[in-house]
Ligand binder design. Structure first.
Ligand code: ZN
Length: 433
């Protein structure tokens, strides 16, 4: 007989509900409402999965999770909570929890999480497959039209502050199965928000996604790193705003390096633009254009009054290493005057001198620069993040002159109007208490 699922919750009503759900799905269940009982039941029955309510009277849920993981690091534990904060979620993930669900959650959310926890690890590419891929008939300098789907090997977390809200926040990255795409899961909501242009709502100073009242802000630097690393399936749990960290994508790269990545049993087709698309023009003082090319390449030119002047950079998308070295370290920048205005509007609260290059009347106020042309490289970093909102890799030659998030999104919408739209978003069921 298969090992049971252990449900740990002090509320009988919740245990009864969960028991019913799991039994309908063909699982055996065990229940516990106190800490000592949990350890005894685990020792005796070797459950295949533990569902642990972290907020129970007289039980330190975090300490219990720690004890469970110390005894058996392979035992999957899904943490559930009625008063979750991103801090608790991050702490639970650091201690080895495979997922963190905020009550109320839907039946769909619960079952998806259980399937993920019980599912097989994504398949690792064998040496033979890697050799075969290397031998594939790809003309020199041309990127393949189809790339292997890729997720991360293990869940990872990072803490920080939001640039615009200044609020302490964090993100948790979880592997996802083939066909899932990049999906944001706001912690305080049951909603899943696919990282696609259909959900973009605000592009003022950052790119933000919204779906039926739930939102995630400032997603572009994280998406840029995922684009650079070729990650195609990933769940990002977070609350409010993606942390700004040092203003670049470097820490996201380090996070992805620490998670490791795995190729999956699926191929993702790159979208090759069939003609030239353009937003703006010379007379408007800014433009963004994409034209057919076998690879993704970006020519960016920015021009500001002195002390910045003109900066140009040409980037060709190759692999994670070249992204990490040439683009990822370039930090967000802002002009002192604009930052003062943003602060008055209550934005840029997290923007301190350590996560944003500040340009004053006579030059950079907080040197040293990481590159002579750090500003234009950051514009390419942003563009790579926004382009990933197509929901699939893109091939084309991009030429940009003085453009920002709003132009990037307008270009994506123009492409989307003519080329096949992304698959519809996953449905969510009504919430259960
Ligand atoms: Zn940026």
């Amino acid at each position: 007989m298969e090992e049971p699922i252990l449900i740990v919750d002090d509320e009988e009503k919740i245990r009864t509900m969960l028991r019913g759900i799991f039994q309908d799905e063909g699982f055996r269940t065990l229940e516990a409402d106190s800490g000592e009982e949990v350890l005894d039941l685990v020792a005796k029955w070797h459950p295949r999965l533990v569902l642990l309510d972290i907020w129970m009277p007289h039980v330190d849920g975090i300490a219990l999770l720690e004890q469970l993981q110390a005894r058996d690091p392979e035992l999957p534990v899904i943490v559930i909570s009625g008063h979750g904060t991103i801090e608790t979620a991050v702490r639970a993930t650091q201690l080895g929890a495979v997922d963190f669900l905020e009550k109320p959650f839907s039946l769909d959310t619960l079952l998806r999480s259980v399937q993920r926890a019980l599912g097989k690890e994504p398949r690792h590419a064998t040496a033979a497959q890697i050799a075969a891929a290397a031998d594939a008939d790809i003309p020199a300098g041309h990127a393949p039209r189809k790339i292997p789907a890729r997720t991360i090997r293990q869940s990872v977390v990072v803490h920080g502050r939001g640039l615009h809200s200044g609020v302490r926040t964090g993100i948790i990255l979880h592997p996802l199965s083939p066909g899932s795409g990049i999906v944001f899961g706001p912690l305080s909501s049951d909603m899943m928000i696919p990282a696609t242009v259909e959900y973009v709502q605000s592009t003022g100073y950052a790119t933000s996604l919204y779906r039926e009242g739930a939102g995630v802000k400032t997603v572009e630097h994280l998406l840029s790193a995922l684009h650079g690393y070729g990650i195609t399936n990933l769940l990002i749990k977070m609350q409010g705003e993606v942390p700004i960290l040092d203003g670049s994508a470097l820490e996201f790269c380090q996070l992805l390096d620490s998670a490791g990545s795995v190729e999956q049993d699926e191929e993702v087709e790159a979208l090759s633009v069939d003609r030239t698309y353009q937003v703006g023009d010379h007379s408007a003082g800014k433009f963004l254009r994409i034209e057919p090319s076998e690879q993704l390449e970006i020519d960016y030119c920015l021009e500001y009054p002195e002390p910045v002047g003109r900066q140009e950079f040409h980037y060709v998308q190759r692999d994670a290493d070249s992204y990490r070295e040439t683009i990822a370290p370039a930090r967000t920048f802002g002009f002192l005057k604009e930052i003062e205005a943003l602060e008055e509007m209550g934005l840029a609260n997290g923007g301190r001198l350590n996560n944003c290059l500040v340009i004053g009347e006579h030059g950079i106020l907080n040197p040293p620069l990481r590159f002579e042309d750090e500003l234009v490289r950051h514009k390419i970093l942003d563009l790579l993040g926004d382009l990933y909102l197509l929901g699939q890799p893109i091939r084309g030659k991009v030429t940009a002159y003085r453009t920002g998030h709003g132009d990037n999104i307008a270009l994506l919408r123009a492409i989307r109007e003519e080329q096949a739209p992304h698959a519809p978003a996953p449905k969510t069921a009504s919430a259960l208490q």
